[in-house]
Write a protein that binds this ligand. Structure first.
Ligand SMILES: *[C@@H]1O[C@H](CO)[C@@H](O)[C@H](O)[C@H]1NC(C)=O
Ligand SMILES: *[C@@H]1O[C@H](CO)[C@@H](O)[C@H](O)[C@H]1NC(C)=O
Ligand SMILES: *[C@@H]1O[C@H](CO)[C@@H](O)[C@H](O)[C@H]1NC(C)=O
Ligand SMILES: *[C@@H]1O[C@H](CO)[C@@H](O)[C@H](O)[C@H]1NC(C)=O
Ligand SMILES: *[C@@H]1O[C@H](CO)[C@@H](O)[C@H](O)[C@H]1NC(C)=O
Length: 382
């Protein structure tokens, strides 16, 4: 019995939480779906009329610049509270997700009036989720003002259980303007987040209902038909990513290479056996007579990744002085310059210094070069 009791309690608890969230949701929807209103405006019904528009409406002239029926605007300060920017404009491309065409929008509006006051589309699938398009043809916002059409999309909650438990989707609402063969488009620039407690998103006041009843606005065809549509783009979170880091204190940082019989090396370049350093395999490549701009005057030395990886490497390149005096040392840091030569230095040491026996670089016709790897970047993919 105790268990039963407990279960009941938690049920009440979750119902309360659910209701609370529903309330928050309603408030939020009211606040955000209709940026030109805020709650105060909804409740006070007093509205500031957008300049210029009223004149056009009252004069009975067709508005050439279709504004949403929200000729009602809030004072400037309230705009700063808006969470995202609203964009509306015209386009030729038809709705990408779903479209409802009415033989007579006016007839539909009458039919639903005492029947939930909404038209609910058949479910359709976008991005692996099931959705419904909801059309409320008789909305008065604020109460007593002109009748608007409210448009919403609802995500099927069973989709959440089957997939992730939240979905981000970009939503655009569209109305077919038959007189121009274009679509009027409304969107909030930010994607909407849907989850179990927030299954609907929409715009409270999309356009005046009259636009779909009265042919003069250009939205009703000569046959009396009209169309409303929606674009839904589901943004799935990334599934692949990488982590870039830099390792210092490399294990076995020194690569030593003795170039014997140096004076007999007549090829352009020689490549070493592979070395292991920092858990990776490398080779050294030497140009005894220089490479590129250094040809004929300096020795060039390069470090290559044996597995042809492109990472950031910092290394010191040396030619060892065998008289135990000053080694020649130059530092290189960067991404591999070219797949052919990797990281390297064209003019590591002048050829004249190698040939000058008194300098101590070439002893017994052997040249000793060394690379010390100071750091290697690492990119882990997931
Ligand atoms: C799922 O949606 C249906 C229809 O909108 C609703 O009746 C039901 O209570 C919802 N279930 C949950 C767990 O939210
Ligand atoms: C979408 O609806 C169809 C038909 O009702 C159903 O078979 C399918 O499982 C639903 N998909 C999701 C992701 O809920
Ligand atoms: C890459 O090559 C260019 C041109 O050859 C050179 O100026 C530059 O120093 C090289 N960078 C590295 C890191 O070797
Ligand atoms: C060799 O180097 C010494 C100093 O290290 C210098 O005095 C001498 O002129 C050099 N010889 C040649 C042929 O360049
Ligand atoms: C280096 O050693 C060679 C012989 O091994 C000698 O001739 C030369 O003078 C030495 N040079 C220096 C700079 O000590």
């Amino acid at each position: 019995m105790n268990v039963e009791e407990k279960k009941k309690n938690t049920n009440y608890g979750s119902i309360f939480v659910y209701c609370f969230f529903c309330f928050v949701l309603v408030v939020e929807v009211a606040r955000f779906t209709k940026p030109y209103y805020n709650l105060e405006n909804l409740m006070e019904t007093e509205a500031v009329v957008e300049e210029g528009f009223l004149g056009v409406e009252q004069s009975g002239i067709l508005p050439c610049n279709f504004k949403r029926s929200s000729s009602v605007s809030v004072p400037a300060r309230s705009h700063q509270k808006l969470s995202s920017i609203v964009r509306d404009y015209k386009r030729v491309r038809p709705p990408s997700s779903y479209c409802v065409k009415f033989q007579s929008y006016g007839a539909m509006a009458k039919m639903v009036k005492d029947n939930g006051d909404k038209y609910e589309s058949r479910p359709f699938s976008v991005g692996g989720y099931n959705w419904t398009f909801l059309i409320y043809p008789n909305k008065e916002v604020p109460k007593g003002s002109s009748v608007s059409v409210s448009l919403y999309v609802r995500i099927d909650n069973s989709s959440f259980i089957a997939n992730r438990n939240e979905v981000y989707a970009g939503i655009k609402f569209l109305a077919y303007e038959s007189s121009k063969d274009t679509y009027y488009e409304y969107q909030e620039t930010e994607a909407q987040r849907f989850h179990l407690l927030n299954q609907e998103y929409g715009v409270l006041s999309f356009l005046l209902s009259d636009y779909f009843i009265n042919e003069q606005y250009g939205y009703v065809t000569s046959d009396g038909e009209s169309g409303l549509g929606v674009d839904i783009v589901v943004y799935n979170p990334f599934e692949q990513w990488e982590y870039f880091s830099n390792q210092e204190n490399i294990r076995d940082p020194l690569l030593d290479w003795r170039l014997t019989k140096f004076s007999t090396r007549i090829l352009d370049s020689y490549t070493s056996d592979s070395f292991s350093s920092g858990g990776k395999d490398w080779v050294l490549k030497v140009y005894p007579n220089g490479a590129g701009p250094a040809t004929g005057n300096s020795l060039s030395l390069f470090l290559l990744s044996a597995s042809n990886e492109k990472e950031y490497v910092k290394a010191k390149f040396r030619v060892l002085n065998q008289n135990q005096t000053n080694n020649v040392e130059k530092q290189v840091g960067g991404w591999p310059n070219a797949t052919e030569n990797g990281w390297g230095i064209d003019n590591l040491i002048p050829l004249s210094d190698i040939r000058n026996a008194t300098k101590g670089f070439l002893v017994d016709d052997t040249l000793k070069v060394q690379v010390e790897i100071l750091s290697i970047s690492k990119t882990d993919s997931y």
